[in-house]
Design a protein around this ligand. Structure first.
Ligand code: ADP
Length: 270
């Protein structure tokens, strides 16, 4: 009886080990699949601007050869493709810096309200027929933050709001102050996000069904990078969305007054 007992225990133990191995194997396979999908999406995204870019360069070359004037419109389009390409490459670099714990922050006292205004002004050229509806807050709002990186977060939210909402839509941008916390919200009347996928939006490479199945380009890195930046400022980023109706993204940051005493002079890299 004792012998049988030991045997059964042994079998149970062996089965548990096998299940564990199978589980690890499935997880590894899933990681490889995610990476392979990402590589094919990334190569496609990186290639897309190249064709129009080389067409435009060829046009300019021809005009030069014929001694004609250069067309500023063609130059502008070529620059636009280059900007797009640079943005994609920067996102790839930032994501790998985050993975390696090497995305450096250089915080200083910053007027967050002016930063939002400045970022909005910088996007005038990109907004097409969309309208930005921004009401500056009643009082100045200062945070202790990395201006360059915070601007990256704000423009990522604005670019997404433009990208995922119909042409001509109004994007509502609000900034408020509650109990030493600055809250920025960006609301769009766009495609929204399926309920069961709202939690995963900030994961690396993640793209929601309704974005990836339609032809919206993207790498699924912007929100991942934004979350890292916001959380390392002691803040929080989240979304509320109704599929088919629109989305509101929120960024909450501690104000300068609330964080100053606790902060070291220079934030170490993570
Ligand atoms: P990308 O836009 O390049 O795919 P992001 O990390 O910026 O990457 O966003 C991740 C995903 O979140 C998007 O693919 C899309 O599914 C969803 N998303 C982000 N912003 C919006 C928005 N304003 N409206 C609807 N879906 C959005």
């Amino acid at each position: 009886v004792l012998g049988v007992g030991v045997l059964i225990e042994d079998i149970t133990e062996r089965r548990r080990a096998e299940e564990e191995r199978a589980h690890l194997y499935r997880e590894a396979q899933e990681a490889v699949r995610v990476r392979d999908d990402f590589l094919s999406i990334a190569s496609h995204e990186l290639k897309t601007p190249l064709t129009p870019l080389s067409l435009r360069l060829a046009t300019l070359e021809r005009r030069l050869e014929r001694g004609e004037n250069l067309d500023p419109g063609v130059l502008r389009h070529a620059r636009h493709q280059l900007t797009r390409l640079t943005g994609l490459i920067n996102d790839l670099l930032d994501a790998s810096r985050i993975e390696a714990g090497r995305l450096a922050l250089h915080p200083e006292a910053t007027r967050f309200d002016l930063l939002v205004e400045h970022t909005l002004a910088g996007m005038e050229g990109q907004k097409g027929n969309h309208t930005f509806d921004f009401e500056p807050p009643q009082e100045p709002i200062s945070v202790h933050g990395d201006t360059f990186r915070l601007e990256q977060v704000i423009s990522n939210l604005l670019e997404n709001a433009l990208k995922y909402s119909p042409d001509g839509g109004t994007i509502r941008v609000r900034l408020s102050l509650t109990d030493d916390v600055a809250v920025l919200s960006v609301a769009d009347p766009g495609i929204g996000i399926p309920e069961d996928q709202q939690q995963q939006l900030f994961d690396r490479y993640f793209r929601a069904r309704n974005a990836s199945t339609r032809s919206y380009g993207g790498l699924g890195l912007g929100l991942y990078i934004s979350r890292d930046i916001v959380e390392r400022h002691g803040g929080r980023i989240w979304v509320e969305s109704v599929p088919g109706r629109g989305s509101t993204f929120y960024v909450a940051l501690p104000t300068l007054a609330s964080v100053r005493p606790a902060l070291p002079q220079v934030w170490p890299d993570r």
